[in-house]
Design a protein around this ligand. Sequence first.
Ligand SMILES: [Zn+2]
Length: 609
Amino acid sequence: MSPDYRAQVLQAVDLVELISQTVALKRRGKNYVGLCPFHQEKTPSFSVNPSRQSFYCFGCKAGGTAFDFVMRRDRVEFKEALQILAGMAGIELPQFGGGSHGASERQALFEANSAACRFFENLLWDEAQGASARAYLRQRGFTDDSLKRFHIGLAMEAWDALLRGPVGRKFPPHILAQAGLVKAREGGQGHYDAFRNRIMFPIRNESGQIIAFGGRVMPGSEDPAKYLNSPETALFSKSRSIFGLDLARQRIVETRNVAVVEGYTDVVMAHQYGATNVVSVLGTAMTEQHVAILRRFADRIVLLFDADSAGVAAVDRTVQLFLTQPIEIAVATLPDGLDPDEFLLKQGLEAFDRLVSSAPDALTYAWKQMAQRFVSSNGLTDQQKAAAQYTGLLARVAASGSVEPMRFGAALARVSRLTGIPLAELHERCRPKRAARSVAVPVPAAAGESGRAAERGRPNGQDLAERWILGSLLLKPGCWQDVQTKVSPEDFADPQRKVLAELYWRHQRDEGEPVFSEFLAGLSEDGMKVLAIELAEEVEQLEDLDGLLAGAMEHLAELRRKRESCEAMNALLHDGDGPMTAEQEIDLLRKVQQTKVVPDARSIGPRVG
Ligand SMILES: [Zn+2]
């Protein structure tokens, strides 16, 4: 990726505005502060510096540029964060791999869908033509606000309403066919509307672009298909699409919980009652792809089953996901055979949130179900079957390596209590198969653990000097010309700061004075970013920076001189030709000893000590 685009995007995006989308920020001095979206806290330690276009959390040490924020918030890689931010800023990026033809075709499909959505929506709100559909939706309990928020519309009972209307006039039939809005007539010429006499639910991607439609049949229709989705298109894949995610996204990020219900009407209703972290998958089963998308926003996925849908197959499938996906997946059943909207209507939002937050994980849920079956069954074979079924599940848990030994042991103990099978035997049956362990996910290194360990104690002069020099350079890149005549990256003793100095020197040499946020964006290692932000923060608090910088440079230069003379004397000691006299040796040793005394912090600035 060319750094030009990176810089272009960074310049175009306002970090305060971006972060304000998810965090309530308050002005405090030069900065904005708010509650950190990346860890739980009650007092704000999350700060955004508008002039440097960087953010930093004093609690969890998350920090960086707009790219880092989006990467963390949406759990995406850099490339995707770049695309998201470029999209926000209206900057067109070159296509990677897809080719510009593919991009313009996708754009045409998006536009066709969006035009079709307006067309359907206009019909629903048309005084005469939408009257019966509106009456039906209101009778089902939908408010006008909900209908408008989800852009719900109406497809006429006609074969060519869309084709002959403004959408058909603007887009050629082959584009409409590719978007799944019309179909080619069999064996003949021409096309016909794919959706007829249906309530239309636009399906949007997480950014709010319409990728498909779901149509629910109007009451009284002869059509046997109650629900009809767009076919798979270049924009739409059922196994990857999540209905309502664009509208649910914010509360999902805030609560780190997402509730998954069964159909679009359930989603619209849940949002209507204020449960706005509710989405649904399209089709019957949740896939790994769905989980991967939701995992970017949530730490926990709660599947809401009603009494009908909590069948064995669905539960097994959920446990399977729980075993293989690195996220907590929980299951809640709605009591008394209620739909989500009936539940919300009767018990309210708080009860709904409680239901979601107290839902047991999939494995516990499966256990409860099996135990129930087991207790109610009389025949010994049924009991054995139930136990075998659950131990089978547990064996898979063990194989996935994703469950803690404590939880695993407790689960086995439950089986043992109920079946009388000795625990040891159960352990034997479920022996973990290590080979099946999933690929390790790289965890960001605990940034600069070793480097900062020293800082926890009393800082010594070298520490301060290194920090002040780097911090000054980051804040005022103009002073590098002077600094580099006295100090070089090799003078930094702390390994992390040395790396940062090397990167900084290289940037100055190759690309000139760095703009802070752009330099930060170029630091690929997590720890480096945090270090750079901390140094800039620290130095910004200091008074008489020029004086301190001069002292710090002198300090490092002095240390280098001593190091060099020490090395020279060591060399003399070891490589000198001929034996030294005792006096010579003592004299030399004394000099070596002196150079090893590291000056303390007081020597580099009057404010320290
Ligand atoms: Zn934090």
